[in-house]
Design a protein around this ligand. Structure first.
Ligand code: SF4
Length: 291
């Protein structure tokens, strides 16, 4: 396989073959994100993508079961091209069970329900979507490029097409100022969409980002571990008992909170209360790993 730049993938894709279908991110404006600042967005040629799939077959054989098509927002590709690479992957790997990619709301919303259903029928099984927040003020501040309502529209499109949806929420993204609205309005969006997964990440300001500069100037207040846990508690308390799995599958989080919201809300809140009873020495340094 030929890769350009650093390759990012969700932790849950640790055992998936990664095929770079796009390079970079077409948005590349989020104030907290430095992942693709070093590259200009482009879509790789279908022939090159197919060659990489063939190369993977030579290495791993036809038993391969999972593929993640990076980079950011591969869902933006033309539907006919996505159908082409999904079909080709299936023809090379008859046991393929999972094909996934990143998709932000503004790019999902460019597709019709029929297109998304067709993609599902050709093997697209899951979209990883960085919702980050459902609060319009937070979304505006971070230049996410959509509103909470647009996120709801995109999430429902994915779910109605029969595609699994992993939504990512960033604890602390509203800082101290928007702490409560960030959690409550994100919970409202989650309640409307009912995604398959809500995956928690905790904000670590990254050097080279606008948010990092705001933080350094003192214009953005990073939550401490107890505040981050309080925010997570507000988020969970405001999500209904829906059939959504909440997970903390990332090193940025202060505590491992996970469970099915339908079944485990109470135990997740109890776990947070336990973590809240501990002193700060039990948590990572809020600045560690980020600056
Ligand atoms: S967070 Fe996602 S959409 Fe935003 S710039 Fe980074 S990769 Fe692009």
């Amino acid at each position: 396989m030929r890769y350009e730049g650093v390759i990012y993938r969700p932790p849950s894709e640790f055992d998936s073959l990664i095929i770079q279908a796009t390079i970079g991110c077409p948005h590349n404006k989020c104030s907290f994100c430095n992942m693709y600042k070093d590259r200009k967005f482009k879509i790789r040629s279908i022939n090159h993508i197919k060659k990489d799939l063939e190369y993977a077959k030579d290495i791993y054989g036809e038993e391969l079961e999972k593929i993640f098509f990076s980079d950011g927002n591969t869902i933006l590709m033309k539907t006919k091209d996505l159908l082409d690479i999904l079909s080709y992957a299936k023809s090379l790997f008859p046991n393929l069970k999972r094909a996934t990619m990143y998709g932000s709301a503004q790019y999902i919303n460019l597709k019709s329900l029929e297109e998304l259903k067709e993609l599902r029928n050709h093997g697209l099984t899951r979209i990883h979507c960085g919702m980050e927040s459902g609060d319009d003020e937070v979304l505006g501040k971070i230049h996410k490029g959509y509103t909470g309502n647009e996120m709801i529209k995109a999430g429902k499109l994915i779910k109605n097409a029969g595609i699994e949806l992993s939504l990512y929420y960033i604890v602390g993204l509203g800082g101290r100022e928007l702490f409560s609205n960030h959690a409550i309005n994100s919970a409202k969006v989650i309640n409307e969409i009912k995604p398959d997964f809500v995956r928690l990440r905790t904000l670590m300001p990254r050097m080279g980002t606008e948010l990092y500069e705001e933080y350094k100037r003192g214009d953005f207040q990073l939550l401490n571990p107890h505040e981050a846990l309080e925010e997570t508690k507000v988020l969970i308390n405001n999500i209904n008992e829906i059939n959504t799995c909440l997970v903390s599958d990332h090193i940025s989080n202060y505590w491992n909170i996970e469970g099915l919201l339908l079944r485990d809300k109470k135990s997740m809140i109890e776990e947070i209360d336990y973590a809240l009873s501990l002193d700060s020495s039990n948590f990572r340094n809020p600045e560690s790993g980020s600056l």
